[in-house]
Design a protein around this ligand. Structure first.
Ligand code: DQA
Length: 146
C-alpha cells in the first residue's frame, strides 16, 4: 500500500472563506475528505498535515522520511520565500509533488517563482480542489525507487 503525506501550508486552513474568487468555496476539510475517498479507492494510505509555521512544515517533511513514499505539498506563500522548505525536500529522498489551487503562473510576478519546483518531481497548478486530486493520481502512478 502506497503511503502519501499531504502537507498544506499557511492560510490554507481558511479555505472556503479566504478569497473564494481565487481559491474557491471548498473548505480544507472538504478537500481532505475527497482526498481520503480517492485514497481508499486507490489503495493509498493517506496522512494530512497543515501548519501556518515554516519550522513545523520543515519538521513534517523531515519526519516523512520515516514513513511516506510520496509527499504532496501546497507550500502556499512559502512557495515563493522558503529556502528552508526547499532544502528539507532536497534533504530527503522522497519524491514531492507541488500543488497550487490557483494558477500561480497567471498571477502576480512574485507568485510566478517557486523555490519548490526545482526539487519537486512536478507541479499541478490552477485546478482548484482538483489540483490535489490530480496530484494524488500522479502520486499513485509515480514509479518508486524501492
Ligand atoms: C497557493 C498560491 C500561493 O501563491 C498563495 O500564497 C497561497 C495558495 C495556491 O494554492 O494557489 O496561499 O499556493
Amino acid at each position: 500500500m502506497r503511503k502519501v503525506l499531504v502537507i498544506h501550508g499557511p492560510n490554507l486552513n481558511l479555505l472556503g472563506e479566504r478569497e473564494p474568487g481565487i481559491y474557491g468555496s471548498t473548505t480544507l476539510e472538504e478537500i481532505n475528505k475527497s482526498l481520503q475517498e480517492q485514497a481508499s479507492k486507490s489503495d493509498v494510505e493517506l496522512k494530512v498535515f497543515q501548519s501556518n509555521h515554516e519550522g513545523e512544515l520543515v519538521e513534517a517533511i523531515q519526519n516523512a522520511r520515516h514513513w511516506a513514499d510520496v509527499i504532496i505539498i501546497n507550500p502556499a506563500a512559502y512557495t515563493h520565500t522558503s529556502v528552508a522548505i526547499r532544502d528539507a525536500l532536497s534533504a530527503i529522498s522522497i519524491p514531492a509533488i507541488e500543488v497550487h489551487l490557483s494558477n500561480i503562473h497567471a498571477r502576480e510576478n512574485f507568485r510566478q517563482a517557486s523555490y519548490i519546483s526545482p526539487v519537486a518531481v512536478g507541479q499541478v497548478s490552477g485546478f482548484g480542489k482538483n489540483s490535489y486530486l490530480l496530484a494524488l493520481q500522479a502520486a499513485v502512478l509515480l514509479p518508486l525507487k524501492k
